[in-house]
Design a binder for this molecule. Structure first.
Ligand SMILES: Nc1ncnc2c1ncn2[C@@H]1O[C@H](COP(=O)(O)OP(=O)(O)OP(=O)(O)O)[C@@H](O)[C@H]1O
Ligand SMILES: Nc1ncnc2c1ncn2[C@@H]1O[C@H](COP(=O)(O)OP(=O)(O)OP(=O)(O)O)[C@@H](O)[C@H]1O
Ligand SMILES: [Mg+2]
Ligand SMILES: [Mg+2]
Lengths: 253, 253
């Protein structure tokens, strides 16, 4: 299964969800690959790597100077590998925009290694440019983290419309789920957003909800996923439950 | 003065800062224009407008089918005008990338109306693409909101490097300030980030710090800036102080 974690709204918990769900599936014994498709390289630093000294990145893979398996790094989490990213990737949007089949580059690059992994998780940048289009085309399932606040909720219908457009234009099939993040049950805003998203999107919304927890925000400063840094924390437990729920997702499409 | 609010890191408080600082300068009697340069159109909905029924947007201005003064809307805040945005702008990155002088389109479009306003504030999307480059070139001052967490702090040096590159390549001059946002004095992470950013960036960091406050996050659901929705809230007071501090910024460049 290839899952892309995307949302053009910034700061909704894409990287935190990608890193922790990938780590959780790895801890369940599934061989897992995390692909950092964001020039910011947050998933790369979130797993403890130095962006300045990477032997190869996803940029080399997309520009076809490296095979995917030549850019993979083993991480401190058993069963979890990473194809890292850094600012080199920032030029890809423009450089690759005239390449033939530019939206299929990632799907083709992963085709050879897909068989070696049970699960591949792709962390996307906060936009719907060429990099995110590549992730959409390469995926079976899309995970949309929505922070329990107004702007992330308000942007959801537009994001879904764009996804539909991509489906018909690029003749590709994918299913999607919404994951509510940074939920704070003490605020009326959080509760209202949870209710409204559940009402409007029904069975697309995962039962698991990720609570706001400062431990999750501290974990990247230690170069570890939250579920490794503080395994018993509620948000860690919920990310393990989200990984289980995703793996057992019956297709809805 | 033309101020751009930018940071490629998502969710650090760009829109919230742009909307509230623009509203605060308007409340001090300065004629202020807010430009929404993000296809998400969050500043547009944050001021109570419907993105689907806009007569004209910044997209029309950049593609030169409307003058800037033809796209301006009066807002419910006295002295505050808006050039709105919606998803039409999403195509601009690609459409305008081959236009001659593509980085100067916004500067030229604002040149005729610059004289009618005391302050112009530009809200940028979470990336450093063509739209943000246009904002850099059009501005005298850059405001970089940095949420008091690890990933936003970690990305700051790279963002400043890219800004320097733009300065030399596009032969343009700008000064910058860093505004710490969503500060939560109860967490060690927030305090650590505040100390580290102040140590590394010294006089570039604004004295004003914006605290985390759920009222700020609720305000957009009412179509109002936080400083209008809950004027006496601490975060509102701090945004008024940030506007004062910015207006009185002696150049450092
Ligand atoms: N459950 C949580 N509780 C508290 N903080 C969280 C939680 N999840 C994420 N965060 C913090 O919120 C901020 C935004 O999260 P993150 O960077 O994962 O979002 P993103 O969608 O990947 O952002 P971008 O749009 O820049 O890629 C980060 O500082 C992160 O540490
Ligand atoms: N001081 C604050 N206290 C609490 N919540 C805040 C504060 N400032 C902003 N927020 C909330 O945090 C979220 C991110 O803020 P905002 O959307 O302004 O960031 P942004 O940088 O513009 O995001 P994007 O990268 O998507 O453009 C929003 O839900 C907003 O309402
Ligand atoms: Mg991210
Ligand atoms: Mg914004």
């Amino acid at each position: 299964m290839i899952v892309s974690v995307l949302n053009n709204k910034g700061g909704t918990g894409k990287t935190t969800s990608a890193v922790n769900i990938a780590a959780a599936t790895a801890q369940r014994g599934k061989k897992t690959l995390l692909v950092d498709l964001d020039p910011q390289g947050n998933a790369t630093t979130g797993l403890g790597f130095e962006k300045a000294t990477l032997p190869a990145t996803i940029y080399n893979v997309l520009s076809q100077t490296r095979r995917a398996d030549e850019a993979m790094l083993g991480t401190k989490v058993e069963n979890l590998w990473l194809i890292p990213s850094n600012l080199d990737l920032a030029g890809a949007e423009v450089e690759l925009s005239s390449a033939p089949g530019r939206e299929y580059l990632l799907r083709e690059a992963l085709a050879t290694s897909k068989g070696n992994y049970d699960t591949i998780v792709i962390d996307c940048p906060p936009n719907i440019g060429l990099l995110t289009l590549n992730a959409l085309v390469a995926s079976d399932l899309l995970l949309i983290p929505v922070q329990c606040e107004y702007y992330p909720m308000e942007g959801l219908p537009t994001l879904l419309k764009v996804m539909d457009l991509v489906k018909s234009r690029l003749k590709t099939e994918f299913d999607y789920r919404i994951l509510l993040t940074m939920y704070d049950r003490r605020t009326a805003l959080s509760r209202r957003v949870l209710e409204q998203v559940r009402t409007n999107f029904d069975e697309r919304v995962m039962k698991t909800v990720i609570p706001r927890s400062v431990r999750m925000a501290e974990a990247p400063s230690k170069g570890q996923p939250g579920i490794v840094f503080r395994p018993k924390n509620t948000a860690s437990e919920q990310y393990r439950s989200a990984a289980r729920e995703l793996l057992e997702t019956p297709p809805l499409a």
